[in-house]
Design a protein around this ligand. Structure first.
Ligand code: PEP
Ligand code: MG
Length: 372
């Protein structure tokens, strides 16, 4: 085993010497961030903040989204602020000195809202027993019915949520900015970046960015500590890829969300890849690997290439990466290298493979044949 560990370590060292792609991690807890660092991550390419709103905090999210009044919503946001600040302080500490891309809330709404059927059943059962229905449950059911979506993955998600729930973007950005201030005062070197999810049009990005910039400036002035976070966007809708030049005028970086981009390009639900037709398609050779695992070069890959070219011509300094599952898939890593991305971001356990493949991709395409 020692010889094996030695060989793997040498291969990884060699890959790190030659690779051009940076390798970052998808992580949203300090523990995951620390693990990713041990695996060689050069930062966090995707911190999914919706994972911070599960468990106990679900009630606060319910209050925020289903709020009966502006005061209810503002109180829920006030309660969420210190919790979020603590989340970000921990992650920035674990990744001190390296970039941490924090994505604004992007939940498919149904994962957060109380179960509609369960609520309705409870109320109906109470009524059948001749009891007065619980007022809280009744209000909740009303609100859930109002927000119900037949197709939540194509619904009130990502930037859309940020634009329709007043104060949500501001709360999250304030939490990031205050965490940066806290880390700077503790002598750290925090490098937070703010990422807007599910953008389809430059105006959505601009509206979100205005709010982000306003809060960053406000926190900088209040604490007398400059908080300069690059602000960028996910590219995960075909429309975003096709209008990337306009979006790049305002966005400092692009991160390709190839999970959603595959879903929206093919029109396949990412939640139903176990569906029977998927294996039939594999059997019939429509595709040779699941497009959710290995990048579909002709469709999703073309959109990535178009967006990189358009984005870079609008903003030569544009940073580009990928944070969908494909970021840790060997064959896809070769594609991202060839497409000229700056980094891939994947789950911590896939980092060594991504480092190796990024090294192999560089050797195969760039090194003189006698060195390959
Ligand atoms: C994606 O869509 O590829 C992505 C990284 O975002 P999420 O998986 O969280 O939707
Ligand atoms: Mg996505």
């Amino acid at each position: 085993p020692d010889a094996l560990v030695g060989a793997v370590t040498r291969a990884l060292d060699r890959a790190d010497e030659v690779r051009r792609l940076e390798v970052r991690a998808n992580a949203d807890t300090p523990e995951d961030a620390a693990r990713a660092r041990r695996f060689g991550a050069q930062g966090i390419g995707l911190c999914r903040t919706e994972h911070m709103f599960l468990g106990e905090r679900r009630r606060l999210v319910e209050r925020m989204i289903l709020a009966g009044s502006d005061t209810d919503r503002d109180r829920a946001l006030e309660d969420l602020l210190p919790l979020q600040r603590q989340d970000f302080t921990g992650i920035l500490a674990a990744m001190d000195g390296l970039p941490v891309t924090i994505r604004l809330l992007d939940p498919p709404l149904h994962e957060f809202l109380p179960d509609r059927l369960g609520l309705a059943t409870r109320l109906a059962a109470a009524e059948a027993r001749g009891e007065t229905p619980d007022g809280h449950d009744a209000d909740l059911l009303d609100a859930v019915n109002r927000m119900h979506e037949e197709n939540p993955m194509l619904g009130l998600r990502g930037v859309r949520l940020g634009l329709v729930v007043p104060g949500l973007v501001a709360m999250q950005v304030r939490a990031v900015a205050e965490a940066v201030v806290e880390r700077v005062r503790a002598g750290g070197s925090p490098r937070a970046e703010i990422m807007v999810p599910l953008v389809g049009d430059v105006t959505e990005f601009r509206l979100a960015r205005e709010e982000v910039d306003r809060v960053l400036a406000d926190v900088s002035a209040t604490f007398g500590v400059p908080v300069d976070c690059p602000v960028g966007t996910m590219i995960e809708l075909p429309r975003a890829a096709l209008t990337a030049g306009r979006i790049a005028e305002d966005a400092e970086f692009f991160s390709f969300g190839t999970n959603d981009l595959t879903q929206t390009t093919w029109g396949f639900s990412r939640d139903d890849v176990e569906a029977a037709f998927f294996s039939a398609y594999l059997d019939k050779g429509v595709f040779t690997a699941s497009p959710f695992e290995t990048i579909d070069r002709e469709g999703v890959g073309r959109l990535v290439e178009i967006a990189v070219a358009e984005g870079r011509s609008a903003r030569p300094s544009l940073e580009t990466g990928v944070c969908g599952e494909h970021g840790g898939d060997p064959e896809s890593v070769h594609f991202f290298h060839a497409a000229g991305l700056d980094y891939v971001s994947c789950s911590p356990f896939r980092i060594p493979v991504a480092r190796l493949e990024a090294g192999r991709a560089a050797l195969e395409t760039e090194a003189p044949p006698d060195l390959r």
